[in-house]
Write a protein that binds this ligand. Structure first.
Ligand code: PGA
Length: 247
């Protein structure tokens, strides 16, 4: 049985002092040991988030990192900085990073490999645009993203990866994929991982659905066979996140 994992992606929201207030509000609402609960907060909020959640079931993640160890990369954040600050997870290749910051499948792969070097657990994002869905190429597109993202990883590492399937048309739009649409793609992702890394990795690897998840839509989505939790944007900043975790 795969343990469910629900992660909040706070995006570019909440100053450190606002983060402290929100975390205080959410701690009692997400207290559920049957689920891995992760808050992926802005980098500057990580130290206070780690401190405030240290005796709870909540783990802290970052939303991005660079693929080099250190050096002249003004404005970037290195994996050991995240690790030293107490982050355990890192979102890699979110569609907003791909769209606004020119990330590619190749940089995603470099970041995933680097995350493993430093013992950070990657949450790798993939997903199609509305045009791609309408053209009927969703599955090929997403499987290609995943195959490139996982290049060079061992089956043991792949078993530890978290994949977030996030249709771009569903992110921040209030237009959630149907449970059948989400299940179809998550099953295809698991099938493609089975081909490249074998049964053990495919059966262990956790796949999240993301895109306008709320407390109302979460129970149906999370009941699907290949959906092991969610990556949640807007609703992760609200008490509704508690309902999602407990779904
Ligand atoms: P949303 O964002 O829940 O606000 O749609 C999800 C995400 O971008 O991870």
């Amino acid at each position: 049985m795969r343990k469910r994992i629900v992660a909040g992606n706070w995006k570019m929201n909440k100053t450190p002092s606002e983060a402290a207030l929100l975390i205080g509000e959410l701690i009692p609402l997400v207290n559920n040991d049957n689920v891995d609960v992760v808050f992926c907060v802005p980098a500057i909020d990580i130290p206070c988030a780690v401190e405030l959640t240290k005796d709870t079931n909540i783990r802290i993640g970052a939303q991005n990192m660079y693929f080099e160890d250190k050096g002249a990369f003004t404005g970037e954040i290195a994996p050991d900085m995240l690790k030293d600050a107490g982050a355990e997870y890192v979102i890699i290749g979110h569609s907003e990073r791909r769209q606004y910051f020119a990330e590619t499948d190749e940089t995603v792969n470099k970041k995933v490999l680097k995350a493993f070097e430093y013992g950070l657990k990657p949450i790798i994002c993939c997903g199609e645009t509305l045009t791609q869905r309408e053209q009927g190429i969703t599955i090929e597109w997403v499987c290609m993203q995943i195959k490139i993202a996982l290049l060079g990883l061992t089956p043991e590492q792949i078993a530890d990866v978290i994949i977030a399937y996030e249709p771009i048309w569903a992110i921040g739009t209030g237009k959630v994929a149907t449970k059948e649409q989400a299940q179809e793609v998550c099953a295809a992702i698991r099938g493609c991982v089975r081909e490249i890394a074998g049964d053990a990795a495919a059966d262990a690897m956790r796949i999240q659905y993301g895109g306008s998840v709320t407390g109302d839509s979460a129970p149906d989505l999370f009941a699907m066979e290949d959906i092991d939790g969610g990556l949640v944007g807007g609703a992760s900043l609200k008490p509704d996140f508690g309902r999602i975790v407990n779904a």
